[in-house]
Design a protein around this ligand. Structure first.
Ligand SMILES: [Zn+2]
Length: 215
């Protein structure tokens, strides 16, 4: 019996019919699907096969942006939805269960070690337009200036025995850290698991351009 790759195990007579179907109409020229007007539409077949991943794999759920690990973000600013200014950097984002913070109460070092081991990582490339890139660069410069000024004031205060100056320096350092966390982080993880990456920090216009998440 002749076997063809990918052919189900059919009786030889049936197999001959399957592979010689076009011989039954020898008066018709052989046609491939490209020229056959009766072939099913490729477009409709493609549409039927669209899966969430094939359609982009990105959704919005309220203020949260949800994407699959394979999905890539569109080349638009995640703040205002304008075209993003290239190049867009890929950024590593980490997440761990909020319960882990309880370990800080026991020992902050143990927390740090466990967090590094169990945290989940995702790589995303959130776009920013030229205006928002500029704003971020300015924010980073402001944070650095505050940090250096704060350190200088704190050291000066300690050295000259003026605790008020040292405390003002310490406050400036804290403000610098707050500014830095807010401006350098473009998006932050709400949750990362094997199926989805959930991000916070996207603007309303960008989120409005995303299809709603159906779960
Ligand atoms: Zn923007």
């Amino acid at each position: 019996m002749i076997t063809f790759p990918g052919t189900p195990d059919l009786a030889p007579a049936t197999q001959l019919l399957v592979h010689s179907a076009h011989w039954r109409q020898p008066w018709l020229p052989a046609m491939d699907d490209k020229h056959n007007p009766y072939a099913p539409s490729r477009a409709s077949l493609a549409a039927a096969a669209v899966t969430p991943t094939a359609s982009g794999g990105t959704w919005r759920d309220g203020t949260v942006l949800i994407l699959t690990p394979e999905a890539s973000l569109p080349s638009r600013c995640v703040r205002c939805n304008e075209p993003s200014e290239e190049p867009t950097k890929s950024r590593r984002i980490y997440w761990h269960s909020p319960w882990l913070y309880l370990l800080i109460l026991a020992n902050i070092l143990i927390y740090a070690v466990v967090a590094v081991i169990v945290r989940k990582k995702a790589v995303v490339a959130p776009g920013l337009c030229s205006a928002h890139k500029k704003r971020r660069r300015t924010g980073i410069a402001v944070a650095w200036t505050l940090l250096i000024a704060g350190l200088a004031l704190m050291l000066m205060g300690i050295e000259s025995g003026k605790p008020v100056v040292a405390v003002v320096g310490l406050l400036l350092i804290l403000v610098a850290l707050l500014v830095s966390t807010n401006v350098t982080r473009i998006v932050r993880a709400k949750r990362i698991d094997t199926q989805y990456i959930q991000l916070k920090g996207c603007g309303a216009a960008f989120l409005d351009s995303m299809p709603p998440f159906a779960g």
